[in-house]
Structures are given as C-alpha cells and as structure tokens.
Design a protein. Structure first.
Length: 364
C-alpha cells in the first residue's frame, strides 16, 4: 500500500475532530461463534491441524455425498456479531459517540452485548441470531440461524422507541448506517417507512450508509426493490452504498452493468450512476475502490496473508470509510482510513483507535 504524504497529513489533522462526531447504526444483532473446521487431530502431541481453505473444505464435504461425515469445529471465541454491532463497535473504538438499535436480547440484553449496550445506550428489539463463522486462509463461510430477526420491523421499532424519540436519535447522529438487509426480511419496508414518516422530520441532512450483506439468497426482485429505494434517501443527505467484490458483481449484473469490467472504480461509478446516489465503495480483499461526485479513486492493499480474524473485516472497512467522510476527508483519504481500519482489525483481532489508524497509515 502506497499512501502519499499529503494524504497521511490529511488523516492526522482530522483527529482533533473525531470526538465531536455521532453515529447511529441498526438494526441487526448476532452472536458470532468463530470456529475453524479440523482436518486431523494429533492427540499424542495435542495438536489440531485445520482445514486450510474453502476449496479443501468443499472437497471434504463433497466426499461425504451419499455417505456421511463428522467434522469437528475448533472453537476460537464467541463474540458479539452482526454487521451492525461490529460496525458500531468499530466506530466507538475510533472515538465517535454511537447509538444502537437492534437485536441484542429480549427481555434482557444478552451478556455478550452488555458492555456494548451500555456504551451505545442501545435499545433491543428482539433476540439476536446466531452465526457459526467458519474461517479459512482464503475466506470464511457464515452459517446462521435467524428466526428471531423476523421481529425486526417498523412497528416493533416504533413500539420500542416511539416515533418522536427515533426522530430525536436520528437528529443527534451525523451518520445513519443501516446494514445487513439480507438477513432482516422486513428491512425494505422499514426503509420505506423511514423515508415517508421519519426523515422528513429531521432538522439537518445526514450521511446514510447501506450494506446489503451478501444478498445472493434474496430474489432478484427483492434486491432491485431495495436498490431502487436508496435514491429516496438522497433528499435527506448523501447516500453511500458499500459492497464487497462478490456483492458488486451481483448488483452490477442485476443493473445490466458489464461485470467483465476489470476496473472496479469504473464499476462503482456505473452502479452509482444507475442508482442515482452519492457514492459507491467496493472493497475486495486486496484493494478498495470508490466512485462519488468527486470522481473515481482506488487504493491497493494492505493485504494480510495470515489474519488473526476475518469475520468483521468488511464491517470495520465500512466504519472507517463513513467515519472518514464525516471528518470531511477526501475520497482517497477515506479509502486509506477504511483499509487501515480493517487492516488493523484483521491483524490484531481488535478494533483500532483513531491514533492506531494514524500509526498504521504512517507505516506505509
């Protein structure tokens, strides 16, 4: 990763403003069980050899067809999860004030969310889902149970908070991030209701950040419906859509955009123009690309071959990018903050402070 000295200076100067920012994030919540499938166990030496790649795991699964298989999952840790809580936690660590509304436990907050709930003055709508995150050297597979998330709907939100208080919470936030559309089956209606009943009552324009979160399991009709809703937020601020590489291909294909285009910055611009929104960010593992009214930008790196953790890396990227935009940073500087936020996280298995970001950027 090569970062120009002027970008490093731009990022460093913004630190003085970080504690003045506030963010809202919603509406999911998961308990993440981080695990690794075991290949062989050496009991004599107390060693477990893990299945290294998704390809190797697929072969193991495939060999069980017509038979059966028993695969041990080596437990790494249980942690708060869901795109929303992880993103909110990252923004907290960066120094923002954060409010959260989501699925954190009912009637009581789940113990894993206790500290997070106190730090974000959280309001819980229902019980969290559960994700088993199978981590490999070349990616991860998320296996989730999420029946409780069907309770996340506009009526539940209003009944839990009250319309006036939701307007108040939004008014106090500089950014409003709504993530994990794929797993929240009623979120399209929530978005529609927000644009019709809540956002017109806000006193100032906001940044809105959206992450669909791997929409492959949803129908083309559903995906196109929510994509076409995003422009309805533009009258109330600036809309940013975050996509990983796979998601960008899915969205581009649905929008009849050439998926063979190798320049992801141009793909981001095509998606941005098709949706009539302010910005689109695409973040493959090894780079990041952005298209906005400023133009198109990209940044290579910092790739980590042996991460301590991968689950939540994209959420940290999102937190870094939208925080940088709130600080008034340029798109290129925002990409640098975003990749540094995720880069620090996967290397250290913890969220960075803003000073950590400055140090990380200066190391390149």
């Amino acid at each position: 990763m090569i970062i120009d000295a002027s970008i490093k200076e731009e990022i460093a100067k913004a630190k003085k403003n970080i504690n003045e920012l506030s963010a809202f994030v919603g509406f999911d919540g998961f308990i993440d069980k981080i695990v690794s499938p075991v290949d062989k166990v050496d009991y004599e030496n107390n060693l477990k050899h893990l299945i290294p790649s998704i390809t190797d795991f697929a072969k193991r699964i495939g060999s069980a067809a017509g038979k059966s298989a028993n695969i041990e999952l080596s437990e790494k840790l249980d942690k708060l999860g869901g795109n929303g809580p992880i993103m909110a936690n990252a923004q907290l660590s960066l120094g923002l004030g954060v409010r959260y509304v989501g699925a954190l436990g009912s009637p009581d907050i789940h113990p894993l969310f206790k500290d997070f709930s106190e730090a974000t003055q959280a309001i819980s709508l229902t019980n969290p889902g559960v994700t088993h995150a199978l981590e490999f050297e070349d990616g991860k597979i998320m296996l989730g149970t999420m029946k409780s998330l069907e309770d996340v709907n506009f009526d539940t939100i209003i009944n839990s908070i009250g319309e006036a208080e939701l307007v108040n919470i939004f008014n106090q936030a500089d950014s409003i991030s709504i993530v994990n559309w794929t797993m929240l089956t009623n979120l399209t209606d929530v978005l529609t209701q927000l644009t019709e009943t809540i956002l017109p009552k806000l006193s100032e324009k906001k940044y809105f950040f959206f992450d669909l979160a791997d929409p492959e399991k949803r129908t083309d009709k559903d995906i196109l419906e929510v994509l076409n809703l995003l422009k309805d937020f533009e009258p109330f601020g600036k809309v940013v859509l975050g996509l990983n590489l796979r998601e960008s291909s899915q969205v581009a294909e649905l929008l009849k955009i050439d998926t063979q285009e190798e320049d992801l910055s141009l793909r981001a611009k095509a998606i941005k123009d098709a949706l009539s929104i302010n910005s689109v960010v695409i973040h493959p593992v090894e780079s990041a690309h952005c298209a906005s009214d400023e133009g198109t930008f990209n940044l290579v790196g910092p790739y980590c071959a042996k991460p301590k953790i991968t689950t939540g890396g994209g959420d940290h990227f999102n937190a870094g990018f939208i925080t940088a935009k709130l600080l008034g940073l340029s798109d290129l500087a925002s990409l640098a903050v975003a990749v540094s936020t995720s880069g620090f996280y996967v290397r250290n298995a913890q969220s960075p402070t803003y000073q950590d970001i400055i140090n990380f950027v200066n190391s390149y």
